[in-house]
Write a protein that binds this ligand. Sequence first.
Ligand SMILES: [Zn+2]
Length: 60
Amino acid sequence: MKKTKIKTTLCKIDKHDMEERMDTIMKLVAEPHYLCGKCARVAKKKTYLCKPVKIKSGIV
Ligand SMILES: [Zn+2]
């Protein structure tokens, strides 16, 4: 059975969790809405980042 939830932020996730939840993480970063202002990681929800900053739309 696959685990879907990650219990930490993407910033602090360890290698083991990363490998185990690769599919889930891919979904979280595929359509990012937030950027971590500290680690430059991105995620769909700000709860997965330690210092989330909303990604502005219309920049690209
Ligand atoms: Zn971070």
